[in-house]
Design a binder for this molecule. Structure first.
Ligand code: KIV
Length: 256
């Protein structure tokens, strides 16, 4: 899986046969320029979800439930998941948390909306964690993650994202579950992987986590193209003859 937030990128990923596209609330960071995902709204997710869904013909489109759209009550969770599917055209929704949101997962699933869970470093809890820290390193924390993974599976989640946890712990969780695990900073023992696309294309330099591999340096290509464009506009070489529309001389003569 990869994240995407717009039509054109989703279309390229779909053509590259990426299995699943997550419209992540990471759009708060990489699209909207916030420091974290806390301020992302339902309207943001619906707007970007629908754009991605228009571009993704075959890939599964999962849309993130933003902060406070499901924590407040089971009722809110079902209503907001419904909006993400109805207005945001999601095939499935993703929410963060374990046993504490199991009731929400069960109710959303009962409403016919597939739910992907998300455990480990869950960015909506950044203030509770005190920063972007690897999770599940102590015996107590590791056991809690295993319990949470089993709880979200029991509640009906069809898959679970494991973010920023030790690789060996992720492999144990993957072995214990019957649903697929999708790792991000969780090693190769997960069933699948996900990355934020700006990270793997070298387009976002504010914060690059250790687990990111840069598969292309698109950021540099973009900056070079922007500089070439302004250079050619300033020296008059762009637009050239081939970029220009013509008009018949007899029409022109009548304009003087
Ligand atoms: O919002 C997001 O992009 C995510 C992924 C990092 C899994 O939740």
């Amino acid at each position: 899986m990869l994240t995407a937030y717009d039509y054109s990128t989703a279309k390229l990923m779909d053509e590259a046969e990426i299995n699943g596209i997550l419209v992540g609330d990471s759009l708060g960071n990489v699209i909207l320029g916030y420091e974290d995902t806390i301020s992302v709204t339902m309207e943001d997710m619906i707007h970007h979800g629908a754009a991605v869904a228009r571009g993704a013909k075959n890939s599964l489109v999962v849309v993130d439930m933003p902060f406070m759209s499901y924590q407040t009550s089971v009722y809110d969770a079902v209503v907001n998941a419904g909006r993400l599917m109805k207005e945001g055209r999601a095939n499935a929704v993703k929410l963060e948390g374990g046993a504490t949101v199991a009731e929400q997962i069960a109710a959303i699933t009962d409403a016919g909306i597939p739910v992907m869970a998300h455990l480990g470093l869950t960015p909506q809890s950044i203030n509770a964690f005190g920063g972007n820290k690897v999770q599940g390193k102590s015996e107590e924390a590791a056991k809690k993650l295993i319990e949470d993974a089993l709880a979200v599976q029991e509640a009906g989640a069809f898959a679970v994202v494991l973010e920023c946890i030790p690789a060996k712990l992720a492999a144990i969780i993957t072995e214990k579950l019957t649903i697929p695990t999708i790792g991000i900073g969780a090693g190769a023992g997960c069933d699948g992987q996900i990355l934020v696309y700006q990270d793997m294309l070298g387009m976002f330099s504010d914060y690059v986590p250790k687990f990111v591999k840069q598969f292309a340096d698109v950021g540099t290509v973009m900056k070079e193209a922007f500089a070439a464009y302004i250079g050619e506009v300033q020296d008059g070489s762009y637009p050239a003859e081939e970029h220009t529309f013509q008009i018949n001389d007899d029409v022109l003569d009548k304009l003087y």
